[in-house]
Design a protein around this ligand. Structure first.
Ligand code: NAD
Ligand code: GLY
Length: 359
């Protein structure tokens, strides 16, 4: 088992990574506040992993409420959030109840938001089951639901008590989801960790073949990057925004097409290529650099062209981005491969040109 820590003073917490961890309830027990927990999952992950996990907790003397949500990004909304509250209230879950999110980023983001608000805040634990959630969304305390006008627009910063990433569960993940997770892995290399990017370039085939050691290494190195950034800037006043490379373009694709049509990681991949193209227009990246960004995403089986929404629609959707300040759109771009910046330097004409060139 590999362990990392997210250093946030009295809210610091461990990330435990390894194959088969889900079968060991002892790992969770020290982070449960009282004897009462609610395990919240969805109707795809539940049939695979809920029974054994919940029974393991019950065998350790815990009272377990089980809540099963509908699957998918299209259900990351108020209605599904209310299903969580319905389940908690009807089971009389009190303020000492620890919520456990068992699932991908959709479940994790919603359970985190439920934990932040149920009875003004209860503890929660992340048990991420997709590659994307293991390398990104389960760490750092961003929780949210979507609004029809924008992705993740309603939410809170609320840190989990621990993250338990069992890499064995990635064996049941659909191929397309595995590839979507790789987009966020590649992101860390592009924004701040050139040696990691080189490692990914060398080990991409092993990752795609689900080699256990390669996946554990990718999860650990990704989480280390994420933990460092979150420790430096928990509430995204500055450097944390660099974790959103490709996300402003990507969120426009997700919102523009309707949630769930493109996977989040797919949209981020196409967005990262648009960001690289725009960085070239600002004179920061060479043609060779842009080709390197395109090529690694292509090798990972990710989209290398954005959805054809039209530049006007992209710009309209991008104007809702959370990085807009005083009406000015700020983007995460690359000063170099391995070095991201947050900038308002790109002109509307250049942004438009990159959208048109990359879609
Ligand atoms: P997801 O949660 O929809 O999971 C993808 C699919 O895989 C779902 O159908 C799910 O039920 C299924 N699944 C999950 N684990 C499985 C397993 N082990 N075996 C088989 N199937 C499994 O999607 P995701 O990619 O995990 O997360 C995307 C979400 O994460 C988006 O809503 C995005 O906004 C959010 N996100 C949040 C952060 C953050 O910092 N909070 C960061 C990145 C992404
Ligand atoms: N995924 C972006 C962040 O956590 O800040």
């Amino acid at each position: 088992m590999r362990t990392l820590n997210v250093e946030l003073a009295d809210r610091s917490y461990p990330i435990r990574i390894g194959g088969g961890l889900l079968a060991d309830p002892e790992l969770v027990l020290p982070f449960v506040k009282s004897r009462r927990v609610a395990v919240i999952t969805n109707n795809v992950v539940g049939p695979l992993y809920l029974r054994a996990f919940a029974d393991g907790l019950k065998a350790r003397g815990l009272t377990v409420t089980e809540i099963v949500l509908p699957d998918g990004e299209a259900h990351k909304d108020w209605e599904t959030l209310n299903t969580i509250f319905d389940g908690l209230l009807s089971s009389r879950c009190d303020r000492g109840t620890t919520l456990i999110a068992l699932g991908g980023g959709v479940v994790g983001d919603m359970v985190g938001f439920a934990a932040a608000t149920y009875q003004r805040g209860v503890p929660f634990i992340q048990v991420p089951t997709t590659l994307l959630s293991q390398v990104d969304s389960s760490v750092g305390g961003k929780t949210a639901i979507n609004h029809p006008l924008g992705k993740n627009m309603i939410g809170a910063f609320y840190q989990p008590r621990m993250v338990l990433a069992d890499t064995l569960v990635l064996n049941t993940l659909p191929e397309r989801e595995l590839k979507a997770g790789l987009a966020e892995v590649i992101k860390y290399g592009l924004i701040r960790d050139l040696p990691f990017l080189e490692w990914i370039e060398e080990n991409l085939e092993r990752l795609l073949a689900r080699d256990a050691d390669a996946l554990a290494e990718a999860v650990e190195r990704s989480c280390r990057n994420k933990a460092e950034v979150v420790a430096a800037d928990e509430t995204e006043q500055g450097v944390r925004a660099t974790l959103n490379l490709g996300h402003t373009f990507g969120h426009a694709i997700e919102t523009g097409l309707g949630y769930g049509v493109w996977l989040h990681g797919e949209a981020v991949a196409a967005g990262a290529i648009m960001a690289a193209d725009l960085s070239r227009r600002l004179g920061w990246l060479s043609d060779t650099d842009v080709e390197r960004v395109r090529s690694i995403h292509e090798r990972a089986g990710l989209p290398v062209k954005g959805a054809p929404l039209g530049a006007d629609r992209y710009l309209e959707l991008m104007a809702h981005d959370k990085k807009v300040a005083d009406g000015t759109l700020r983007l995460v771009l690359l000063k170099a491969i391995g070095e991201a910046v947050i900038t308002a330097e790109a002109s509307q004409a250049d942004i438009r040109a990159s959208i048109e060139a990359c879609c």
